[in-house]
Design a protein around this ligand. Structure first.
Ligand SMILES: Nc1ncnc2c1ncn2[C@@H]1O[C@H](COP(=O)(O)OP(=O)(O)OP(=O)(O)O)[C@@H](O)[C@H]1O
Length: 386
């Protein structure tokens, strides 16, 4: 394997499949973006921090099924960081002793050119994900203009390479950026923006945030929804809307999930976690933040109590068909058909599923009245129990 091949292998990023949560609203944005990419255009995902731009960019790159090169915008970038540079030397010494008493020595010292990730992607037709590209200075990004429009990348004369590199037809770039009012970002160049299709990414909707929380932290849907609503309302009331609340929700959800802390306003541990995560994200004083927070918790608590005090509405439920269960649910249901009774750890040991996958599937099976949980054991739901 040549040095260039080794460098390429090292630079290619592998995306772990199965990490992306696609709800209808995300799927709609993904479909739009993929359409542009498939028609040969590069795409720019723009939006506040934590709205899922990088995650979507990696998902789109994965859908294009080409190797992925990832770069992060940086104020210190120079054009050689984007195009490539001379690096190291090759030393060649030729000893010619053809005539035994005449020794001819040729000594050559040659600099090696190393492609940057952008150059590599243009040469090989890879997908470039340029995350937060407006953190790099606009003049550094100029090299992209001809690569995107004329499909030519200009290399410096010192590169020992042809001056112009013809961009591979499968090359695509996916850019992400935060709005210009963010600290440390430069204003975007009109010329570059004119060559891209920009999709604005707002804060993910409630369903999307809840699904991401359930899938990534393994907490119940009910807890996830409460966290999403609490974070959203707190941010609205404290004016901390510059960033998305998704990262805060994920932090709270992960800690609650891993430490088995129930998301309830009456639970002191839960309140502490929320306060620690949320208060530092507002510009308000501690006392202002905590008074808004307490008021909000009291309101949620009252709503929950009122809700549970109402007489239950009789629902005629359609029996859930086993064929309609997702894979993990089917595996667990089948296992319990054989075993009759098992606790969480037995199921985890027996099936090749993660703890969070099992937790989500078990909650869903109990909710669908296909499983029964007593103490820590799960059994199949018997019809006469209903
Ligand atoms: N569709 C999704 N599926 C799974 N996880 C997601 C999804 N969207 C966002 N996330 C999770 O939400 C968090 C924030 O997402 P991400 O880093 O993509 O946001 P961003 O908009 O790129 O943020 P920033 O501008 O700060 O870089 C991450 O932990 C990410 O894993």
């Amino acid at each position: 394997m040549t040095v260039a091949e080794t460098n390429t292998r090292r630079a290619v990023l592998r995306v772990r499949p199965g990490q992306f949560v696609a709800t209808p609203s995300i799927q709609q944005v993904a479909t739009r973006a993929l359409r542009y990419l498939q028609s040969g255009f590069s795409v720019h995902l723009c939006g506040p921090a934590g709205t899922g731009k990088t995650t979507l960019a990696m998902h789109l790159a994965n859908c294009l099924a080409r190797p992925i090169m990832l770069i992060f915008g940086d104020d210190d970038f120079t054009s050689s960081d984007l195009i490539g540079s001379q690096s190291g030397y090759t030393h060649k010494k030729l000893l010619d002793n053809y005539i035994h008493n005449v020794l001819k020595v040729e000594d050559e010292l040659k600099q090696n050119w190393v492609d940057s990730r952008l150059t590599m992607a243009c040469r090989e037709g890879f997908t470039l994900v340029y995350d937060e590209f407006n953190r790099s200075r606009p003049e550094v990004n100029n090299v992209l203009l001809s690569a995107l429009e004329e499909k030519i990348l200009t290399l410096p004369p010192s590169s020992n390479q042809p001056d112009y590199l013809q961009v591979h037809p499968e090359f695509r770039a996916i850019f992400t950026s935060n709005p210009e009012e963010y600290c440390g970002v430069h204003s975007t160049q009109d010329a570059l923006m004119d060559r891209l299709v920009t999709i604005n990414m707002p804060e993910p909707d409630e369903l999307t945030q809840t699904e991401i929380l359930v899938q990534k932290t393994g907490i119940s849907r009910e807890d996830a929804l409460l966290i999403v609503r609490l974070v959203k309302t707190f941010r609205l009331q404290t004016g901390a809307e510059k960033t998305s609340g998704l990262r805060s929700c994920l932090m709270i959800g992960k800690v609650c999930g891993e430490h088995e802390i129930v998301a309830k306003p009456s639970n002191a541990d839960f309140r502490d976690i929320c306060a620690d995560v949320l208060f530092s994200r507002t510009n308000l004083s501690l006392s202002e933040s905590s008074s808004i927070f307490w008021e909000l918790l009291n309101k949620i608590e009252a709503e929950t109590l009122n809700f549970s005090a109402e007489p239950p509405i009789p629902v005629v439920e359609e029996p859930v068909s086993l064929e309609n269960l997702v894979d993990h649910e089917q595996q667990i249901h089948k296992y319990l058909q054989e075993k009759q009774k098992a606790d969480f750890n037995e199921i985890h040991r027996a099936l090749n599923l993660s703890r969070s996958q099992i937790k989500v599937a078990l909650d869903s099976l109990v909710q669908k009245k296909l499983l029964n949980k007593q103490d820590r054991f799960f059994t199949l739901f018997e019809l006469n129990e209903s």
